[in-house]
Design a binder for this molecule. Structure first.
Ligand SMILES: Cc1ncc(COP(=O)(O)O)c(C=O)c1O
Length: 446
């Protein structure tokens, strides 16, 4: 049999001699059978170095909301590059982007820029501690808030170490973390407002902020149960804690106002990443004037050589203008398209006797692959997910999909972009029909 990935294998082999472990982000090693190398992308599609074409639902881990290489963005970046790539100083461009964010995002009274959402999370947590004079941060089990010490606490604890349901442990998946950092976190289960109330009561007067993803996209795309977000807002108001919405993924994917506008809440601080730059290294901390006070007076330090970099700003201005130009059609179109894809995948799963249960709002969703004998119904929290997700079986199906030209994220997440059209979803489902049939046969034989 011919190998579809000859050139990727060759490059990966070469990369391992100059790049630690051959990749520049640990998670990329997960790609099977080999981390792929790409040469170009266009709209919803991307081509690897072996000439394989994929309809891309990995889409830059969600950053490419506008698809691969939109011409308008390429022009905006090229024009700016001719004027200057970096000033480490002020430009009118940064005010223009900040003003657009103010107009779009309910919680954006003031803005600060960084180059990755990981940095913005660190800024937000520092600001919350500075603002309240309290040390603890409450976060939800399974939630990913970037790869730094603080963002990964309680991200993926193994079942034998995750503690009882009432007091989840604050484990960290990495070695080398400052041990004291772990003690500054209270970890709660997602989607249990009463449990959250009890934990806030237990640590009364000590918690600076609650940080959360409005939809826990990184772990099974778990939407909030009724009352979850309202409870967070109510507790933050009552106890003087800051409400920090991590909209790195949900921001812009749910319209120009993000998930906060979609669900109808106003956080004190918001983290924006990914689609704010459409694939360039750009991210923002936005928040209420009152919550930004310590950055304004300089008592909380926020800095960065490349903050407000003009190339990133030019790209971001293009992205935000593009979103605004879509009017009311966004997010409806992208959500409907995603739901069509979810329904199509579910139908193929049923036809082939595969226990695949896509869940999520559509523009982003997770392919839950149920373990044999597991209960049906939406997955609601991290523990439920670990108990029910058949990771090896999903990995096998994902690899079949890749071979047929459909690219989803290794962990099971799918993103739909504004560049995907109905015809792309139809074509993806036609290809997936082959993958599902092959997977069912091979899995049964294994
Ligand atoms: C919710 C959330 N927060 C923060 C981050 C970190 O973003 P970045 O990789 O840009 O640092 C991510 C990245 O996937 C994310 O999904």
């Amino acid at each position: 049999m011919t190998d579809r990935y000859t050139n990727s294998r060759r490059l990966y082999e070469r990369a391992t001699k100059s790049i630690a472990a051959g990749v520049n982000s640990g998670i990329r090693k997960m790609e099977q059978p080999v981390p792929l190398y790409f040469q170009y992308g266009n709209g919803p599609s991307v081509w690897d170095v072996d000439g394989n074409e994929y309809i891309d639902f990995q889409i830059g881990q969600g950053a490419l909301l506008y698809g691969h290489a939109p011409a308008g963005m390429a022009d905006a970046i090229a024009s700016q590059a001719r004027l200057g790539t970096h000033w480490a100083a002020q430009s009118e461009l940064e005010i223009e982007v900040a003003e657009r964010l103010q107009a779009m995002i309910p919680g954006a009274e003031l803005v600060r820029f960084n180059n990755s959402a990981t940095e913005v999370v660190l800024s937000a947590l520092r600001l919350a501690r500075g603002h309240t004079g309290r040390a603890l941060i409450l976060k939800f089990e399974g939630a990913y808030h970037g790869w730094a010490d603080e963002g990964l606490v309680g991200f993926c604890p193994p079942p034998d170490k995750w503690g009882d349901d009432e007091s989840p442990t604050h484990l960290h998946p990495s070695q080398g973390v400052i041990p004291e950092v772990l003690d500054t976190f209270v970890v709660c289960r997602w989607n249990d407002p009463d449990h959250l109330r009890r934990q806030v009561e237990k640590y009364k007067g000590q918690i600076a902020a609650i940080i959360f993803e409005p939809i826990m996209c990184n772990t099974c795309c778990m939407e909030p149960v009724t009352g979850m977000i309202e409870t967070i807002r109510e507790l933050c108001d009552r106890e003087g804690m800051l409400m920090i919405a991590d909209e790195t993924i949900t921001g812009f994917r749910f319209g120009p106002g993000g998930a906060q506008k979609h669900f109808g809440f106003v956080p004190d601080l918001t983290i924006l990443g990914k689609a704010i730059g459409g694939g360039v290294p750009f991210a923002a901390l936005v928040g209420k004037q009152s919550a930004m006070k310590k950055i304004i007076d300089g008592t909380v330090v926020h800095a960065g050589t490349l903050n407000g970099n003009p190339l990133c700003l030019a790209a971001s201005r293009w992205c935000l203008d593009h979103l605004l130009s879509l009017g009311d059609s966004h997010p409806e179109t992208v959500i409907k398209l995603g739901q069509k894809l979810m329904n199509g995948l579910r139908a193929l799963a049923d036809q082939n006797g595969i226990p695949l249960r896509p869940q999520g709002p559509g523009s982003v969703f997770h392919a839950v692959m149920l373990k044999p004998g597991c209960a049906e119904g939406p997955v609601r929290d991290y523990r439920d997910y670990v108990r029910r997700q058949d990771a090896p079986r999903w990995a096998h199906l994902r690899r079949c999909l890749l071979e047929d030209g459909v690219r989803a994220i290794e962990r099971g997440l799918w993103f739909v972009s504004l560049a995907h059209r109905e015809a792309d979803v139809d074509e993806a489902l036609e290809k997936a029909a082959l993958s599902f049939a092959r997977h069912a046969k091979e899995w049964a034989a294994s």
